[in-house]
Design a protein around this ligand. Structure first.
Ligand SMILES: [Zn+2]
Length: 533
């Protein structure tokens, strides 16, 4: 199915597609109708803590109530969450490279972006050392820091991982918390990230536009994971040679090796950094939404299968083609709408559920998976009662559903259940084909995993034999992902979306009614989180 389809009236589009793909509980239309509300310009892109997000939450609660789902937050459907918001004041910031007393100021936005997820120190001066992928992975006896002195220095990291480290493991060790543990132990005071040009989802120009957005963090000391970090920044690949001049190496050489996940060298850079920063900090409040579809088995009804999706998006930002509203129709109006549809489907066609289903619409995903981080640390049901998380985020029904990529497919027997359910509906599954993009840690399932809960997230994949479909997905990421054009004026395949919903529904029922709760595979790295008390 091509991008031309939306020129047809949607109703007609659905009739055509429905003939080819049978589903029984969903028609795609209610899903799209929810998205039309959530991604309306009036909701202004649902930024965390914004009036638009509050309106989206009110809409979701109304729908959950209509569907007969029970409130399961701490305040009705709500679980309040507190944030700090950090806004960089770029005119009062600088980023200068110093070589033999010669100063070379970089242009903020064009050459580099100063990060605020870590609160930067007002003033930083430090030598720079290139540490390759900047990873320490004890399971694979891999250590980019062996023999390097990084005490008091800022490490320059090439994003990505060597091929000897499996994708999920590499993704885990690239999270800010894991990375910083290693860096702090070794005495580093900050990081400069070099984007791997081979895994850039969106062009630098749009990354640079997004820097005007404030960042957020959870406003609770228990979540402070980057103690001691004084500076973080990201450098434009097109400007990265400036850091390597005089080092005996080039960025081109590093990028060529990193593209194929080959080993990278480690060496001190010939430049040091001088930076000045100013950040304004404010407090923000938002909430997760939690609802329950109760199970009936006396022994199992107090166990929960979580269906999660983030309701927030990135809000209003720099205009692209004159449009300032980042509507977030697919990211993640699509997953939120699915959760609402799911609740309604269980009202319309009640199922005998042994375990209960917990519907969790989190906030702050776009700010760094913050709402789910809070929820998984402070669930509104007993922590041990959560048996699985099925997360839905931007699953992209832009082609007919033939192939699903399942993050976490081989980590737990929840993955086996996905395979069974999908194949019974004629859909093939595959593990993440692009480990470089780190998708495994880039949505809310990851916080459940860190608390020992077997989790999966599924999304549409292009037919590997179809260059046309591959281009469709690539173009989507380039032009619509985190752009104002991720709105309701884009082509979607409603029948394919309905089929995806059918798979999620069948999976939830399968997990809810299975005799045993899902288990991590014995060889899964993530099993360790289930074993720590
Ligand atoms: Zn997003």
């Amino acid at each position: 199915m091509k991008t031309k389809l939306p020129a047809l009236p949607l109703a007609l589009l659905f009739v055509i597609s429905a003939a080819a793909q049978t589903t029984s509980h969903f028609d795609g239309q209610t899903w799209w109708d929810h998205i039309k509300v959530l991604a309306d310009d009036k909701l202004e892109g649902r930024d965390t803590g914004s009036p638009g997000e509050r309106a989206a939450q009110a809409y979701a609660i109304e729908q959950l109530k209509n569907a007969g789902a029970a409130p399961a937050g701490t305040d009705g459907f709500y679980q309040p969450v507190k944030f700090v918001s950090r806004q960089i004041v770029e005119k009062d910031c600088s980023f200068t490279l110093v070589r033999d007393g010669q100063r070379e100021p970089l242009t903020l936005g064009e050459d580099a972006i100063i990060g605020t997820r870590v609160m930067p120190a007002r003033k930083v001066e430090a030598p720079l050392v290139f540490v390759g992928y900047g990873l320490q992975v004890p399971e694979k006896s891999y250590d980019d820091f062996a023999g390097l002195d990084i005490r008091g220095k800022i490490v320059v990291i090439f994003s990505g991982s060597p091929s000897e480290i499996p994708g999920a493991l590499a993704a885990h060790y690239q999270t800010a918390a894991q990375r910083w543990k290693v860096l702090r132990a070794a005495g580093a005071i900050g990081t400069i990230s070099l984007i791997n040009p081979a895994s850039m989802d969106i062009p630098w120009s749009r990354i640079a536009l997004n820097r005007a957005h404030p960042t957020m963090d959870l406003d609770y000391p228990e979540f402070h994971e980057t103690e001691g970090a004084k500076f973080t920044a990201t450098v434009n690949p097109a400007s990265a040679e400036k850091l390597f001049a005089g080092s005996g190496h080039t960025f081109a050489e590093i990028a060529a090796l990193g593209k194929d996940r080959k080993p990278l060298p480690h060496f001190p850079l010939a430049v040091s950094l001088e930076a000045r920063t100013k950040v304004e900090v404010t407090k923000v409040r938002s909430a997760n939404l939690v609802a329950k579809i109760p199970g009936t088995d006396p022994a199992l009804k107090d166990e929960y299968v979580v269906l999660s999706a983030h309701l927030d998006h990135v809000g209003i930002g720099e205009p692209v083609n004159g449009d300032r509203i980042y509507n977030g129709a697919m990211d993640n109006g699509s997953g939120s709408a699915l959760v609402l549809d799911m609740a309604a489907s269980f009202k319309k066609n009640p199922e005998k559920l042994r375990r209960s289903i917990l519907l969790v619409l989190v906030t702050g995903e776009e700010k760094g998976l913050l709402g789910s981080k809070y929820f998984s640390a402070h669930p509104t049901v007993p922590p041990k009662s959560i048996v699985a998380d099925v997360n839905t985020d931007m699953f992209l029904p832009i082609v007919p559903l033939k192939l699903l990529t399942v993050l976490g497919l081989n980590e737990s027997d929840l993955g086996d259940q996905v395979r069974e359910v999908a194949e019974s509906l004629g859909v093939q599954v595959q593990p993440d084909p692009e480990p470089l993009r780190n998708l495994f840690v880039r949505s809310d399932q990851y916080n459940f995993i860190r608390h020992g809960v077997p989790s999966v997230a599924m999304s549409f994949s292009p037919d590997p034999e179809s260059p046309e479909q591959k281009k469709l997905f690539k173009d989507w990421l380039t032009y619509r992902y985190h752009a104002p054009s991720d709105d309701v004026n884009q082509p979607v395949d409603l029948a394919a979306a309905a089929k995806y919903e059918e798979i999620v529904r069948a999976l939830l029922i399968s997990v809810a009614n299975d005799e045993k709760r899902p288990q991590w595979k014995p060889d899964s790295f993530f099993r360790r989180y289930a074993q720590t008390p």
